[in-house]
Design a protein. Structure first.
Length: 135
């Protein structure tokens, strides 16, 4: 994945036990979250990604945070803003092909037949056909 690029650009945003699993198509979405988190980072003692992965066909991003404890309401507002921003990006992933990044609404949460059942993915028609041929 292009993840290594992001780790180089934003080294302080990734927890040492960071877990990652998704395809390159969501790279730009993840990069947006990195930029957003980086802008807010100075307001926190800790603000890091713990997990970024695909779950039930959608991007899922988990963070951990610790307030600066200067002003509780201010800190809480900052965290709410980041969390809402992450939710929006996760929502957008439902119309972006996880493989190639193309914006497609016709194959939302499509079922991929795999060897032992089904796997939910968000894919464009082209990537869907390509992956389906592998099974
Ligand atoms: Zn695609």
């Amino acid at each position: 994945m292009k993840l290594e690029k992001l780790k180089k650009e934003f080294p302080k945003l990734f927890d040492k036990n960071f877990y990652f699993e998704c395809d390159n198509g969501w790279f730009e979405l993840i990069k947006l979250v990195c930029v957003g988190m980086n802008n807010y980072k100075k307001n926190f003692k800790i603000l890091k990604f713990v997990q970024i992965k695909e779950k039930f066909g959608l991007l899922r991003i988990y963070i951990k945070s610790e307030y600066n404890n200067i002003n509780h309401n201010f800190d809480k507002n900052n965290l709410d803003n980041i969390q809402n921003f992450i939710y929006s990006i996760e929502e957008i992933s439902s119309i972006v092909c996880e493989k190639c990044g193309q914006i497609k609404t016709d194959k939302r949460n499509v079922g991929i037949k795999i060897v032992h059942g089904w796997w939910k993915k968000t894919l464009c028609g082209k990537c869907h056909r390509r992956i389906q041929k592998c099974f």
